[in-house]
Design a protein around this ligand. Structure first.
Ligand code: SAH
Length: 506
């Protein structure tokens, strides 16, 4: 595989990760064998393409070519409506007859032999060779002068992936991977760079300074503003840097990132990208090891994890640390389990940043309720069971749990309780006293979404004893409601441990 042109430098983290995911023996920076096809980007404005043939493949090629400024002529006895339209729209002509050798003229920059007759395609090729016109033969890639790579387009950025005609499918699969890793907004970023190119050139006369400046801009807060759709802030910040070139990297930024419930595959692309570029990472106990392994090895890692009854680092100090590091001009990730805005104190942590005008952004994560529900086959809502779902925290305070019990004992509602393990006996008792049927299905999910996930299913009256006997360990999540019954039918995730299922024994 040869990466033809990239919006990305050789071997950036995204590509390293792609290599890790797909496990192909890729090497983008060192090309070991000579390239059969030399990657070039050709300006096709007002140049002519001839397509001989009007079937489906010819139409697909026309569709791709039509994205450039080329004129497209088509010669074919039969052609799809689409290729006819493309040809006309692109200022070309559709000639409705069989091909003749006179059709190949020096007016054409490129020709595609796209008939379904292999011999005819070879004749077209011969005619092109005689005039030195590069030709693509759809029935014989090996005798083609050029091929069509899989492309990923983020206007004006274009990435093309080619397998050198060995396996177009493999090239397409890789292009799909790259496509998923590169935000749409890369195009917007390129557009902005284009707009400021001249000003930056005037501000930084020295090419090394310029390179350094753009490196910081493209990897830093300006780019992140563009990715989060904040073009105005991005431009304002860039202009601010240009006003004071000597301080242009002075301001740090904080990323409040949700790491999801445990399975590293549930991390968002955005979270992954920001983690890769963070210089300091403050993380909680709930963040799983495989996710911590994704952080750049150069980053300073600080564990500020909390245990249930005490904080390893008091909340006020965490807030303070975020401010301090950002003020030093560093990119700081505050990495939290699940979603930072669901029982995650995310709001408190960024309040201080907002007061001090430190740039920050929030990256949502998959909250434990979504993760545990999916990985245990318990839909939180279901037309036959629950039309609403309620998330509450069951944390013990002064030996008791304070919850609006009456609002939790409602028909057709699923109740999800975070931090409810210690308070489970009280929760069970209170729900029953407030009218919940004692045989209401209830489950406790331990270490949800990880290979150590354990699911304990019982009823609201029997769950505390079952969980006690199983010595369940945090983090655990309680799901209460008739949706729990669906677990037996909808379970799909095969964890390492057994299901502790007292209610559903056949
Ligand atoms: N912000 C987090 C919640 C933090 S509170 C989120 O959105 O998920 C911590 C509680 O989340 C734990 O006590 C537990 O109830 C729940 N939790 C987090 N990860 C979990 C997991 N993998 N399995 C079960 N419960 C989990």
């Amino acid at each position: 595989m040869d990466l033809i042109q990239g919006a990305i430098s050789p071997n950036p983290p995204e590509i390293r990760q792609a290599r890790h995911i797909i496990d192909y023996p890729l090497n983008f920076s060192i090309i070991l064998r000579p390239m059969k096809y030399l990657p070039l980007m050709v300006n096709m404005s007002d140049r002519r393409f001839l397509i001989v043939g009007g079937g489906n493949i010819a139409t697909r090629r026309a569709r791709i070519i039509s994205q450039s400024g080329a004129l497209i002529d088509v010669v074919a006895k039969n052609a799809t409506e689409e290729i006819k339209n493309i040809s006309i729209q692109k200022g070309g002509v559709y000639i409705e007859r069989s091909w003749t050798a006179e059709d190949i003229t020096e007016d054409y920059a490129f020709v595609i032999a796209a008939t379904d007759d292999h011999h005819l395609n070879q004749e077209i090729r011969e005619a092109c060779l005689a005039l030195n016109i590069p030709v693509n033969v759809i029935t014989d890639a090996s005798s083609s002068d050029f091929t069509f790579p899989s492309t990923i387009y983020r206007s004006p950025m274009t990435i093309a992936v080619s397998s050198g005609s060995a396996s177009p499918l493999l090239a397409r699969l890789l292009a799909e991977r790259i496509n998923a890793l590169i935000p749409d907004s890369y195009g917007r970023l390129a557009g902005m760079v284009g707009k400021y190119r001249h000003v930056v050139r005037e501000t930084f006369a020295n090419p090394d300074d310029r390179k350094h400046f753009w490196g910081k801009v493209l990897r830093g807060t300006v780019a992140e503003h563009v990715f989060s759709g904040n073009l105005e802030d991005a431009e304002a910040l860039l202009e601010h840097y240009l006003d004071k070139p000597e301080h242009h990297i002075g301001v740090g930024e904080v990323y409040l990132i949700g790491a999801g419930p445990g399975d590293p595959d549930l991390l968002t692309f955005r979270a992954y990208r920001l983690l890769q570029q963070s210089q300091v990472v403050l993380y909680d106990r709930l963040v799983s090891k495989p996710i911590l392994d994704m952080v750049s090895s150069k980053a300073k890692m600080i564990h500020v994890g909390k245990r249930r009854s005490h904080h390893a680092v008091p909340q006020a100090n965490i807030n303070e640390m975020l401010v301090e590091y950002a003020k030093k001009g560093l990119r700081v990730a505050r990495l939290k389990g699940g979603d930072p805005f669901i029982f995650g104190r995310g709001g408190e942590e960024i309040e201080k940043l907002a007061e001090q005008h430190i740039p920050f952004q929030v990256v949502p994560g998959i909250t434990a309720a979504s993760g545990c529900a999916s990985y245990s086959g318990i839909p939180l809502t279901h037309r036959d069971h629950a039309q609403s779902v309620r998330f509450v925290t069951g944390q013990l305070r002064d030996g008791t749990v304070n919850l609006p019990w009456c609002q939790l004992v409602v028909e057709n509602q699923t109740v999800v309780i975070y931090m409810g393990l210690d308070g489970l006996p009280i929760i069970s008792e209170k729900l029953i006293t407030h009218g919940m049927p004692p045989d209401m299905p209830a489950s406790l999910i331990e270490q949800g979404t990880t290979p150590d996930q354990r699911i304990h299913c019982a009823t609201i009256s029997t769950l505390p004893a079952l969980v006690e006997q199983a010595s369940a360990k945090p983090p655990t999540l309680l799901i209460i409601g008739t949706v729990v019954e669906l677990h037996r039918k909808l379970r799909w995730f095969r964890e390492n441990t057994d299901i502790n299922d007292s209610q559903f024994v056949e």
